[in-house]
Unconditional design. Structure first.
Length: 68
């Protein structure tokens, strides 16, 4: 059984981990995430990715967090 709270935390942790590495996904949503039976997440579809130094990185980061 999937634990929604645990999966939510993993999604937020992934967004933050990407940012810690200098990247913002830019399109982080349910269509670009896969989850297996053990609640492991895989992020796909990176064409919209931008650097954290991009002028609109904060906007995209906040949008990614909101999309979770």
């Amino acid at each position: 059984m999937i634990n929604p709270r645990a999966v939510y935390k993993k999604m937020i942790d992934l967004v933050i981990k990407l940012a810690d590495h200098g990247l913002v996904h830019g399109d982080f949503n349910e269509f670009n995430l896969m989850i297996d039976d053990e609640e492991n997440l895989t992020v796909i579809d990176f064409p919209q990715m931008v650097s954290t130094s991009h002028p609109q990185a904060e906007y995209y980061f906040r949008r990614d967090c909101k999309n979770v």
